[in-house]
Design a protein around this ligand. Structure first.
Ligand SMILES: [Cu+2]
Length: 510
């Protein structure tokens, strides 16, 4: 594959961790645009198209979390893109690389950004070992462009290239993915986002779509990668162990950075097999759009969590008016864990001191959950199999972070420059503004009295509705039975008698 530096100008916006190796080659004037490939999993600079943009006016490009935007070329007023479906090697987090299928060098594929009204032509080359197709989720288009193999078109055989062409008729957040051997191809990471920016009125406005200062997008996806393995198990239906945003897991997910006072949009799509309640700390947001389009203003309400069902997209917006570091995560606690947190037996309350060492003598890989929970595992120097992550891998300025998976940090800073997406580092908390340890005396907790059975260590036998006879009672002269003594009914005829005396029953103490 030929690669040449080309879109230097677009990337010169500069303030970025890694520039996309965006290139266009010598076939730029040939029938097929040479595919642009990406070799980095870092968040690429927002891509501003050079020169004419077809139907579109200038727009604020999106930032794809740990992803990039696919450059196009203009040809006779049509925006031409070239997607290549191919096996890729995706770094899911530092030290964890997975064999995936994706587009143009990465999973997910690049984001496609166009403007409402644009005429778009997408060449799709299949370098997979099996047929594929692309469905343009949510788009208004001619039926023959909808991409369901068998229904709308023949599948794209291995080695073949198909052409899709349609007009981007409505603005919004969309996605693309195969509709051919879906179980395998989605489980392997084949998906991407599509953003159609709105056409604005003469004053540069849209009645339902706000101008924002930061516009982030990402897909929710999941993989089942056996610890130590490198290829996902594609038959898995629910029991995934790698819960990802754009095929990355925390701490591999870049932060969402905002300047204090910025209006921020997040566009999210769910292509896993289960719903994800995405929770944003620190601010309230509104859902301003779905795959169906912008939400009418009268139908918006404040939220701090939005549930993304399978196959749904949600576009949320908020004012970043609270400086600090704020977690953004899926609220399903299993989805903020790394691969090594699954299939661990519950050992809370079990005293297994000394047990691990003995068992490790026989099975060196043996681990158990701590008897005080799993928090300690974050500090435990565990030897992991190669190519996996511990269940909780992150480290913050106050110590280990008890989360992984679908998590990142919204970093709101007063001194972040406009359009600067660089990670500003940990928040400098104003002195006296962080929760702290209390070191004074702690009063004894006042607890409600325990039930009589436990309190007295005495179990009344045969007590029934206040008629309990002394003959059956456990008398004070006898040693009190242990709390474990079963409350055996005196007669077989009253098995349902509760062990706890009715309120009227006298307590016999002689
Ligand atoms: Cu989730």
């Amino acid at each position: 594959m030929q690669r040449r530096q080309f879109f230097q100008g677009a990337l010169a916006a500069g303030a970025f961790t890694a520039a996309a190796s965006a290139t266009v080659g010598r076939h730029a004037l040939a029938a097929l645009p040479e595919p642009v490939l990406q070799h980095s999993a870092a968040t690429a600079a927002p891509w501003v198209p050079p020169g004419v943009t077809g139907a579109g006016l200038p727009y604020r490009p999106v930032v794809t979390l740990n992803g990039w935007t696919l450059p196009f070329r203009m040809r006779d007023g049509v925006k031409e893109f070239h997607l290549v479906a191919e096996p890729v090697l995706r770094e899911v987090a530092p030290g964890f690389v997975v064999n995936m299928w994706g587009y143009n060098g990465q999973s997910p594929g690049p984001t496609i950004e166009v403007v409402e009204g644009d005429r778009v032509r997408i060449f799709v080359s299949n370098r997979l070992p099996e047929p594929t197709s692309i469905h343009w989720h949510g788009q208004r288009l001619p039926s023959g462009m909808d991409g369901v193999a068998g229904i709308n078109q023949p599948s794209i055989g291995a080695g073949k290239t198909f052409v899709y062409e349609f007009q981007a008729r409505r603005p919004g957040t969309f996605m693309y993915h195969p509709h051919a051997d879906e179980m395998v191809q989605l489980a392997m990471g084949m998906m991407g986002m599509w953003v159609t920016h709105p056409k604005l009125d003469a004053r540069g406005r849209h009645p339902l779509i706000e101008a924002v200062q930061r516009d982030y997008c990402f897909l929710l996806n999941a993989f089942d990668v056996e610890p130590g393995a490198q290829t996902p198990t594609v038959a898995t239906m629910f029991d995934f162990n790698t819960w990802a945003w754009n095929s990355r897991v925390f701490p591999g997910i870049d932060p969402l950075v905002a300047r204090l006072g910025d209006r921020v949009r997040m566009r999210m799509g769910n292509l896993t097999m289960i719903n994800h309640p995405i929770h944003v700390h620190g601010v309230e947001f509104e859902v301003t759009g779905t795959d169906g389009g912008p939400v009418p203003r009268s139908a918006r309400w404040p939220e701090v969590t939005v549930d993304l069902a399978v196959g749904q997209m949600r576009q949320i917006e908020f004012l970043a008016d609270e400086p600090g570091d704020w977690a953004v995560h899926c609220h399903k606690s299993h989805h903020t864990m790394g691969p090594m947190g699954h299939d661990v037996p519950t050992m809370i309350g079990v005293d297994h001191r000394g047990l691990v060492g003995k068992i490790q003598g026989l099975a060196p890989d043996f681990m158990v959950m701590g008897e005080r929970g799993m928090y300690d595992m974050k500090q435990m120097p565990m030897e992991l199999p190669p190519n996996t992550l511990p269940m909780m891998a992150g480290h913050g300025q106050f110590g280990p972070i008890g989360m992984g998976g679908m998590l990142t940090v919204l970093k709101v800073r007063a001194n972040q420059a406009p359009d600067d997406y660089r990670d500003p580092g940990p928040y400098a908390f104003p002195s006296g503004s962080v929760a702290f340890e209390y070191r004074g005396p702690v009063p004894e907790a006042v607890r409600p009295p325990s039930p009589p059975q436990a309190a007295h260590g005495e179990v009344r036998r045969g007590a029934q509705g206040g008629h309990g006879g002394g003959a059956h009672g456990a008398h004070g002269a006898a040693p009190p039975p242990s709390p474990a003594t079963p409350a055996t009914p005196a007669t077989p005829a009253t098995p349902a008698t509760p062990a706890t005396p009715a309120p009227a029953a006298p307590v016999h103490r002689h």
